[in-house]
Every structure is written in C-alpha cells, then in structure tokens.
Write a protein that binds this ligand. Structure first.
Ligand code: PEP
Ligand code: MN
Length: 337
C-alpha cells in the first residue's frame, strides 16, 4: 500500500500515519518528494488494506500496489531519482556517458582507453577486474590488481569508474574501490548478491537479465532498495530472442516502459546488446532519442588485441565522432551531453 499525503499535510499528520502503521506491525518508508510526502507500507497486506487510511487527517489517498515492487515504483516516488556517481549526477535530466574497455588487461591498456574516452567527453570510466565469461578457460580479469589500475586512472583523470562484481564475497572489495558497482546480466537474479549490494553505501548499476521481463528486473532493483541502498541505475543491455544477427536484441522500448513504472534512471548498453561495432552508433543514437539517462560503451585503443569483446569495441576516434553525433541528437531532444 502506498499512502499519498495531501500537499498541505503537516509533519504531525505524517507521523500519525507512520505510528499507526507501526502499531499494526508494518514498516513505514517515508519518501519526501519536492511537492508531497508518500509513505510506503510494508507488512501484512490484508491487515494494512483493511484500515481506513483515507479517513486520517492529511491523507489524500491510499493506493494498493498491484505490482510486487513498491519502493522503486513511480507511485512511491513521483520525481525522477538523481544518482550521484562520484560527483557525476545521473538521471532527472542529467545524461552520463560511461565508456572504456570491457576488461582491464594491463595498466597501459587501461590508461590509453581512459585518456581517450575522457578526451571525447565521457564522464564515467568503465573497465572490469572481474569478468563473467561463458567459458571457464577464457580470461577472467585481473582481480584486485585491475581495481588498483582503475583507481589510479581515477586519480590521474579525475573520473569516477564503474566495475562489475560477480561474487557476494567480493562486494566489499569492489565497493571499496569503485564509484559505481555493476551487476551484470548473468547475476540480475542472484538475490544473495543483490542483498549484499543493498547493504553497501555505493551506487549500483543493475543490468537487465538477458531473459528477464521488466517486472522481474524491477523486482531485482527492489531487493537492493529494500536493504537500504537507494542509489540504483537501471541498464537495458538487450535480451535473448530468436534473432541471431545481433548478440542480443536491444529492447529499446524498455527504456520508456521502466521510466513510466519507476523513478530510477535508465541507461543503455549498445555494445553488449548489438555485439558488433557497426551497431553501436545506431543503437546509441536511438537510446538518446528515446530518453535514456546515459550510455555504457566499450572503447578499446586496439580492439584486435582485446582479451574480451574486441568485435564490439569502438576505436577512440569512432567514439569521439559518435559523441559529436549524440550531442546533436541530445540538443534536439533537450538533453545536454
Ligand atoms: C559488461 O558490461 O562487460 C558485461 C559483461 O555485460 P553484460 O552483463 O550485459 O553481459
Ligand atoms: Mn564485455
């Protein structure tokens, strides 16, 4: 149940609702919007719905939530969430370009890509120290050594970075280094990992599972939110369909769907959805046009030598050219890139 307070509700009236909820053993989560206060009630559904909330002073309406997710829903919070990654705002009209190599392979490789993406206008560096690979014999990442190089790049370039965490046992380690923790597509439904990340004080980027519905994806975000970490960015990265010409099918409509259902920012990864270099620019342009709050793009200074995903990595010059095109599209749709 979501209890929407009237515009002129007083603090005492909000407290009275919260206290009434606690009396019946329910949890009350108060969201203070710019215009009004909304209270999310969690507990025994039947018991909560039975009480005459709309009869209480200052209550405008009580809305039963049909979806399982509450706190990440638009009903709970009408205003867009703005998530701060280091000093970079994401969402609520703030667009963030995240770019860099898929994996950290060496110090020199990372620095070369990092400098190139920064120069072209990226505001968050990507690069992974832990890689989820289909084959156990493929390169798995440099581990903590990779995180140290990323930290060095941040200090050198003044650019926050995003990195994936695969294992609940590594969450604290990655959270200690990274500015934005990423949950990859394969782990979207790893609820142990989600809960652990929910207890961290670091923003998280939650990729959509490649077989997940939007509803399942938002429920995964709810797992994180419920534990106390409210700084969540959603990332559409394509879903598995019967179409083999792309690595995954980018569900571009999911951006608009999630923005309607949720207050969380939504970004797009055109690299892991398309899977081919030639698709990255057109998909990225579509993402900006539809209103995505950012992009996550693979850039490598020598893709032919890349240990991971070279076929979809942009060269620095191509990335720079793409940034120019995206700025024009951003201008047309009222977004500054
Ligand atoms: C990645 O961004 O490097 C990655 C592994 O993505 P995904 O989880 O979407 O496959
Ligand atoms: Mn990759």
């Amino acid at each position: 149940m979501i209890i929407v307070m009237a515009l002129d509700a007083t603090a005492e009236q909000v407290d009275a609702v919260v206290n009434r909820l606690r009396e019946i053993g329910a949890d009350a989560h108060v969201s203070q919007g710019q215009r009004r206060t909304v209270i999310g009630a969690v507990g025994d559904r039947g018991q909560i719905q039975q009480l005459p909330w709309e009869a209480m002073a200052g209550v405008e309406r009580a809305v039963p939530v049909l979806k399982e997710f509450k706190f990440v829903s638009r009903e709970f919070q009408q205003d867009d969430s703005v998530i701060h990654v280091g000093n970079v705002p994401v969402g609520g009209g703030h667009f963030a370009m995240m770019a860099g190599p898929c994996a950290v392979e060496s110090r020199d490789q990372l620095m070369a890509s990092a400098e190139a993406v920064k120069k072209a206008g990226a505001v968050i560096l990507r690069g992974d120290a832990f890689k989820p690979r289909t084959s156990p014999y493929s390169f798995q990442g440099l581990g903590e050594e990779g995180l140290q190089y990323l930290k060095e790049a941040r200090e050198l370039l003044g650019m926050p970075f995003i990195a994936e965490v695969l294992d609940p046992r590594d969450v604290e380690l990655v959270a200690e280094y990274a500015d934005l923790i990423r949950v990859g597509t394969r782990n979207m439904a790893n609820f142990t990992l989600l809960r652990e990340i929910g207890r961290q004080n670091k923003p998280v980027l939650l990729k959509r599972g490649f077989t997940a519905t939007v509803d399942e994806w938002l429920n995964a975000a709810e797992y994180i939110y419920k534990e106390g970490n409210h700084d969540i960015i959603m990332c559409e990265r394509g879903i598995r369909t019967y179409e083999p010409s792309t690595r995954n099918t980018l569900d571009i409509s999911a951006v608009a769907v999630v923005k309607r259902l949720s207050h969380l920012p939504v970004i797009v990864d055109p690299s892991h959805s398309g899977g081919h270099r030639y698709l990255v620019a057109p998909l990225a342009k579509a993402a900006v046009a539809i209103g995505a709050d950012g992009l996550l793009i693979d850039v490598h200074q020598a893709p032919e030598t890349a240990k991971v995903d070279g076929a979809q990595a942009l060269l620095p010059d191509d990335f720079s050219e793409l940034m120019d095109d995206l700025r024009k599209i951003g201008h047309a749709v009222g977004v500054s890139i």
